[in-house]
Design a protein around this ligand. Structure first.
Ligand code: HEM
Length: 539
């Protein structure tokens, strides 16, 4: 058969596909308004090369200066919209929550790793609503007083550990959150960060973080690859997926089953699982609720530990670099609490400076600078732009918390920005909680517990320890001058006046939560803890 009889139809088909692609990509056919403005796109890959591997939030904040607070990118055919102002985030995440509360579903995470049970990745719907109800019931503001004795016990143990082995401060920070939440939820006694349940949850977190890296897996672009068997050369993603499934099943069920067995054997542990089981009806609905409880609790440690712990580390660094702020908070604690007891929740309203320090830590280094990506459940139009169904929507918490109109000189650590001249809290200053816990209906349901834990740890550490630079071999202070990405510099200076307080940047998994791994190394080199005049025993 004549070759041209194939070539002409093939050329015609190719030209039609190209025409369709151009019409679609550049919206030449009209119909919809255009996507919000953004950097120019390359053919096929779109803005892929505009997305850096680290410090994505900074790149997006800079892009917002050129393209505005609602900008768009496209990676291959996936539209991404970035909201860099509180106004835009409120307009879409809060006021149009029915459209902007879904999550992006990827083949790797949802189909292969079975991440759909984890509330953070769950699609918007009834199952997700039920898990939020459980969070509200057990981690809402009204529930927290139930855990006071557990929190006090673990906090004192944490302070004793800091006093006895200050060089292991990182383990102690991990311990205080892990031990508290595991006892609250499952009645489990965690002695240290090597406890079986804690280790499994941490391994699960790290494997899911690897599996969840956007754009890393070919199977997300070409879904038939999901049928490739695990033994097939190059199919490591399938092995990773199997590992994620087995780790997440253990995280979800092991501790829950132990608490359930104790309950069923007539020796219930005082914990959330026992309370849930006591109230469950023996019906299909009851079984569904039990499953939701497993999901909610099984993810709480993972969702809350890295984030809370990371903020405690930033707090230590802030105090190390700003001794004047530390001193003011300690003077306030001495005045209000005195040397004979630890600060408790009832003191909080009388400690505005300490509260301002906590707010400034949350604002200065948001540990989830791009919160967690949302996804649109339907087509929408905003400010005349088209935002199609399936768009990934990023709330840029970093730019909202470093917005110069709300926070002059945003890179500086200045608790005073939250205070009136008379030292009381200024209610007109934007509370960092509007962005550091995410947005709209997906806002972090653990934020009350997190704020409560941060307050207790920060106020108690300030009350019992002086955080100061360690001394080098010749007796001089070791001060951190700069942390940039993964590179760490530590310089030796004579006194605090030489400290250059530069922007601290931490490595990012794009669009996912981050924790500053290099911060620990920095603190290890620079941190020294000495007890204050606090005189009561820590037992
Ligand atoms: C300082 C500590 C914490 C920070 C900074 C933080 C931050 C966040 C952020 C940014 C999100 C995403 C919100 C969004 O999608 O817009 C989130 C979601 C979530 N957080 Fe937290 N979180 C913290 C502590 C906790 C704790 C202690 C728990 C559990 C007790 C928790 C449980 C969750 C859950 C389950 C979600 C998913 C919510 C959903 O998708 O509906 N978090 N958190």
């Amino acid at each position: 058969m004549d070759i041209m009889s194939f070539a002409y139809p093939a050329l015609a088909l190719g030209a039609s596909v190209l025409l369709w692609y151009l019409l679609k990509e550049f919206n030449i056919a009209g119909g919809h308004a255009a996507l919000p403005p953004g950097p120019p796109r390359r053919l096929v890959i779109g803005n892929l090369l505009d997305i850096p591997e680290t410090s994505l939030w900074k790149t997006l904040t800079n892009m917002a200066q050129s393209y505005g607070d609602v900008l768009s990118l496209k990676v291959f055919s996936q539209p991404i919209v970035v909201l860099s102002s509180l106004q835009a985030a409120t307009d879409l995440f809060d006021k149009r929550a029915a459209i902007y509360s879904d999550r992006y579903t990827s083949v790797m995470m949802h189909e292969l790793c079975n991440a759909g049970w984890i509330p953070t990745f769950m699609n918007y719907g009834d199952r997700w609503r039920n898990t939020r109800k459980i969070y509200h019931q057990y981690f809402g503001p009204h529930a927290l007083h139930n855990y006071k004795s557990v929190q006090d016990e673990k906090l004192r143990s944490f302070l004793r550990r800091l006093r006895d082995e200050p060089e292991h401060f990182n383990d102690h920070i991990l311990y205080v959150f892990g031990a508290t939440i595991m006892k609250m939820m499952y009645g489990i006694e965690v002695q240290d960060s090597r406890h079986e349940e804690v280790v499994t949850a941490e391994q699960a977190m790290s494997k899911f973080a690897e599996a969840g890296q956007p754009g890393r897996w070919l199977v997300d672009m070409f879904s038939p690859l999901k049928y490739v068997p695990e033994w097939f050369p190059g199919a490591q993603f399938k092995k990773l997926a199997s590992l994620c499934i087995s780790l997440s099943e253990r995280t979800r069920n092991n501790a829950f089953n132990k608490a359930k067995q104790a309950y069923e054997s007539g020796h219930p542990l005082p914990c959330i699982v026992t309370d849930i089981l006591e109230k469950l009806p023996d019906t299909a609905e009851g079984r569904e609720l039990e499953q939701c409880a497993r999901d909610s609790l099984g993810s709480a440690f993972a969702a809350g530990s890295d984030t809370t712990v990371a903020y405690v580390k930033w707090f230590f660094l802030a105090m190390l670099m700003h001794p004047e702020a530390q001193k003011k908070a300690q003077q306030e604690l001495d005045r209000v609490v005195g040397p004979d007891r630890l600060p408790d929740v009832d003191d909080r309203a009388s400690l505005p400076y300490t509260e301002a320090v906590i707010k400034e830590v949350l604002r200065w280094q948001p540990v989830a600078p791009l919160a967690f990506t949302h996804c649109t459940a339907a087509d929408d139009e905003y400010r005349g732009y088209h935002i199609p169904k399936g768009t990934i929507v990023i709330g840029n918490a970093w730019s909202i918390l470093h917005d110069t109109s709300a926070y002059p000189d945003p890179e500086s650590f200045m608790p005073e920005r939250f205070l009136n001249p008379d030292g009381s809290l200024n209610a007109n200053i934007r509370d960092p909680q509007v962005a550091c816990f995410g947005f709209g209906r997906r806002t972090c349901p653990g934020r009350y517990l997190a704020m409560n834990s941060l307050y207790q740890v920060i106020a108690s550490v300030l009350h019992t320890f002086n955080i100061s630079p360690s001394l080098n071999d010749v007796g001089r202070n070791v001060i951190p001058s700069e942390v940039e990405g993964l590179i760490l510099y530590v310089i030796l200076v004579h006194d605090f006046s030489l400290i250059v307080s530069r922007t601290l940047v931490i490595p990012a998994v794009p669009c996912i939560m981050i924790a500053p791994s290099n911060l620990v190394q920095l603190l290890r080199k620079c941190l020294s803890l000495r007890q204050t005049t606090y005189s009561a025993p820590l037992c």
